[in-house]
Design a protein around this ligand. Structure first.
Ligand SMILES: [Zn+2]
Length: 410
């Protein structure tokens, strides 16, 4: 490289600056346009959206643009989202209270089926990678289903086939509390020290039937148990890298990501700020402690109007800066550097993390912002296609293939 130390006259600087800025904004414009184009051209699969639970709490016609929420047909189309996994989320408390979890899972599945029945030109249920691909060509949004919490299995291995027949294609073994299958990363009890005996049998039955094992939410011990037992690749439907959030067991450590990749699986990066940024996590923890201390000092319950008013005022006065698209891309980069581009994808957790989504990734219309960030970092079109959905399709196809082999007895 030639070095030019000759100082430029001041006037020359003024003459040079505007064209450089103009050139930069043209380049940025071109990247933005390319990101939009790729979002429409590639199949985007997002493995975790809490749409069914949102609709259960408050019904809205999501085939139209809705004023609230992170997902609707119009914004999904704008963002290029083709195959969202609808989370059939069953709260841990139901099993912990001794109740039956299966009826709620069935209700939520009914609801997703109804969405497709009501709007057949816009939505269709997808039960396989082939469904996703053919419905993408028809311009329909594929509604895939994953069950967040294995509690609806209710100690009965026959329920694996039952939920497969209902369209469930992954099961997150546990959620916030341990259940009869597995320990949870959010639960300090660790009663099973990993998977229960039934949990081990369940993983094998899921392999045989062709349902993906989802290791998000489970404890580290349970993850290693799954990896010892499974006869097929597994996924993390919505987890990020613990490298950026030390001590947060809900995210995956480097060692776990390596093992997941070695077994041919995929980690689908969750977007919520507390999954992405340790600074956000620390400030959120601090706020929680202060609010709890205030409640205790005044003997307030969370639902009391005075408590709600305090939270509102506290949040207004102590706004915590959200994570950014660039930080989400850092998580993708980290997985790529660790194990390569074939083992990472998208599992936003839209509708599940409230307003804590990163700036630039606030709803399903904004996937192109992430693609633009990846383009800026030099990712090729082919790499981006893999991250957007190609990797997940590969794993899902492999699980189908493996299930056939296992059913044939090999
Ligand atoms: Zn979750």
């Amino acid at each position: 490289m030639r070095k030019l130390f000759r100082p430029l006259p001041l006037l020359a600087l003024f003459l040079i600056t505007p064209p450089v800025v103009a050139q930069q904004s043209t380049q940025e414009g071109a990247l933005k346009a390319k990101a939009q184009q790729l979002a429409q051209r590639f199949i985007i699969i997002d493995t975790h959206l809490d749409v069914p639970y949102r609709l259960k709490m408050h019904w809205e016609d999501i085939s139209q643009r809705t004023p609230d929420g992170d997902f609707d047909f119009v914004r999904a189309k704008a963002g290029g989202l083709n195959a969202p996994f609808m989370a059939i989320y069953v709260p841990s408390e139901i099993e912990a209270r001794g109740g039956s979890s299966k009826p709620l899972a069935d209700t939520l599945i009914d609801m997703v089926e109804q969405l497709a029945k009501d709007q057949p030109s816009k939505f269709a249920i997808a039960r396989s990678p082939a469904d996703v691909t053919s419905q993408f060509k028809k311009g329909k949004i594929s509604l895939c289903m994953g069950m967040e919490n294995g509690s609806p299995i209710e100690h009965n291995l026959d329920n694996v086939k039952y939920f497969y027949d209902r369209g469930i294609r992954y099961i997150t073994l546990a959620h916030a509390l341990h259940n009869h299958i597995s320990d949870s990363s959010y639960d300090s009890t660790h009663v099973w020290k990993g998977l229960s005996f039934f949990g081990r049998r369940l993983v094998l039955e899921m392999n045989r039937v062709g349902i993906m094992v989802d290791v998000s939410h489970i404890s580290d011990d349970a993850f290693y148990d799954v990896m010892n037992v499974t006869k097929a690749p597994v996924i993390a439907s919505h987890s990020s890298c613990r490298y950026f959030t030390p001590g947060f067991e809900r995210n995956m450590s480097d060692d776990m990501i390596k093992l997941l990749a070695k077994n041919g699986g995929v980690i689908q990066i969750a977007f919520g700020s507390s999954f992405i940024s340790s600074d956000y996590r620390e400030r959120e923890d601090e706020a929680r402690k202060e609010i709890t201390a205030y409640f205790r000092s005044r003997n307030l319950k969370f639902s009391d109007p005075e408590a709600q008013e305090y939270i509102r005022k506290y949040q207004a006065e102590h706004a915590i800066p959200f994570a950014t698209v660039s930080q989400v891309a850092d998580h993708i980069d980290h997985v790529v550097k660790l194990v390569g581009v074939d083992y990472v994808g998208l599992g936003s957790d839209f509708e599940g993390v409230g307003p804590t989504l990163p700036i630039g990734l606030k709803d399903v219309s904004q996937y192109p912002n992430l693609i633009e960030e990846l383009l800026k970092r030099g990712y090729s079109d082919k790499d981006i296609q893999k991250i957007c959905g190609g990797n997940l399709l590969r794993v899902w196809s492999e699980i189908e293939r493996r299930a056939k082999e296992l059913q044939a007895g090999s």
